[in-house]
Design a protein around this ligand. Structure first.
Ligand code: 13P
Ligand code: SF4
Length: 347
């Protein structure tokens, strides 16, 4: 069905209301009525296909804003999206994010067809550890509880006792009965976890593997000092995937969902967001009265998602866009994620 000019204009106006606020992209990407009008036929087509295929689109906050505000049904952080994936009654789940997130959706909703716009959307953390390497580590620390960050492959989840996200890692690890914890695959989050356990007076030995997030690993304290000197009253907000000195120099450290809530409920006028630029774009739309200075970086994997690829994955997915998992591994990985839901804080 070809949309009329009036329908396309109305869709462009709808997109513009959100996208006009986004102005943080290091590639210089911004939106006006003309650019929104160019993408409007695609968002109309995707939204029509969604109904036809009984599909739902989950989008992480780091993907392109035209996906977040144009076609996503749910947008947020890894924990929120895993809850939505578990609850989804849809026949098809399109996961605009990275592959480990789509695998998580498939683990939790095995009867749905889960598709990814781009199979190349990896993650430097998930890609840093194989199931085989984890088995080797486990053999070195047989008494440790194995805690995997959700940014890990399905095979690593299948080998782990419990999964955590950036939003619940401190709470869950603090409440584990065992003293010794093998935390994979994020070494920097492991450092932050160690610091937080000490601060809480919880006696834990945290052993980590050697992965890092290629985006959050780039931030340094010099950037924070320069920004604070220039903007008195500035709030520095960072993600627990950042190095520990960056976390220590920040006013707030939390998941992308918690980072958004912190900004939305804080009165300060200026923020340095030490995370991926997609989150800053969301805040520019949803907290337009606040100012966000420099800082943010792009995740090349998240940015592989595009409206065209979402449309293709929905209309007629290629085999490489469909997530499949071996059933025994899926069940073992599901146990590890269900354990997280059991122990995660309820607020
Ligand atoms: P969140 O769960 O906090 O959104 O983190 C996901 C991620 O990949 C951060 O780099
Ligand atoms: Fe992975 Fe880092 Fe990209 Fe998040 S930002 S998906 S942790 S590479």
């Amino acid at each position: 069905m070809i949309a009329t000019d009036n329908v396309i204009d109305a869709e462009a106006e709808r997109l513009l209301k959100s996208l006009m606020h986004v102005d943080c992209d290091p590639r210089g990407k911004t939106w006006n009525f003309e650019t929104c009008r160019e993408i409007a036929p695609l968002t109309l087509e995707i939204n029509r296909l969604k109904k036809e295929k009984q599909a739902v689109i989950l989008a992480h906050s780091y993907v392109e804003p035209e996906i977040i505000y144009g076609v996503a049904d749910f947008r947020g952080d890894s924990y929120y999206l895993s809850v939505k994936a578990k609850e989804a009654k849809a026949k098809v789940i399109v996961f605009a994010g990275v592959v480990f997130m789509a695998e998580t959706a498939k683990i939790l909703s095995p009867d749905a067809t889960v598709v990814v716009p781009d199979r190349g959307s990896g993650c430097s953390l998930a890609d840093s550890l194989t199931g085989e390497e984890l088995r080797r580590l486990k053999s070195l620390y047989p008494d440790a509880t194995v805690v995997c960050y959700i940014n890990s492959t399905a095979e690593v989840k299948a080998e782990s006792d419990i999964c955590v996200t950036s939003g619940n890692v401190y709470h869950i690890v603090a409440n584990l009965p065992s003293r010794r914890v093998l935390f994979v695959p994020d070494r920097l989050m492991g450092d932050n976890l160690r610091t937080e356990m000490k601060r809480r007076g919880v006696d834990k030995e945290i052993i980590t593997s050697d992965g890092t997030c290629m985006v959050h690993d780039q931030f340094g304290v010099a950037e924070i000092a320069a920004a604070r000197a220039r903007y008195p009253g500035l709030k520095v907000v960072s993600h627990p995937e950042c190095p520990s000195d960056v976390a220590a120099a920040s006013d707030f450290v939390g998941s992308t969902g918690a980072m958004m809530s912190y900004v939305k409920t804080n009165a300060a006028p200026y923020y340095l967001m030490l995370t991926e630029c997609g989150l800053v774009g969301r805040l520019q739309v949803e907290s337009p009265e606040k100012a966000f200075i420099g800082g943010c970086r792009l995740c090349p994997y998240m940015k592989l998602n595009s409206l065209e690829k979402v449309r293709d994955a929905l209309a007629a997915p290629r085999p490489d866009q469909i997530v499949t998992l071996e059933e025994t591994m899926r069940r073992r990985a599901a146990r590890c994620i269900e354990k997280m839901f059991e122990l995660a804080p309820t607020d």
